[in-house]
Design a protein around this ligand. Structure first.
Ligand SMILES: [Zn+2]
Length: 80
């Protein structure tokens, strides 16, 4: 008997921005004074939510269970 793979979802903290939702970029505005400008942009991976939804498949085989991460998408909590 063959069992179909099952899916589950994990909510994880974004590994790019560490949950901040933004990424900062340093730009040197004056080379001689060594002044920097910081610009912030939304994190490309989580799209600003700081969290990711990871889809995982679980395959059951007779002697082992295989777990694969299938895809990781931005996770946006529902707004109330
Ligand atoms: Zn992020």
């Amino acid at each position: 008997m063959e069992r179909k793979p099952k899916y589950k979802y994990d909510i994880i903290i974004c590994d790019i921005c560490e949950g901040m939702g933004t990424q900062s970029h340093e730009e040197m505005t004056c080379y001689h004074k060594r002044e920097y400008d910081y610009t912030y942009s939304l994190c490309w991976k989580c799209e600003g939510s700081g969290m990711l939804k990871k889809k995982v498949t679980i395959e059951y085989e007779p002697h082992k269970t295989n777990i694969h991460a299938v895809e990781t998408k931005p996770y946006t909590p529902r707004k109330f």
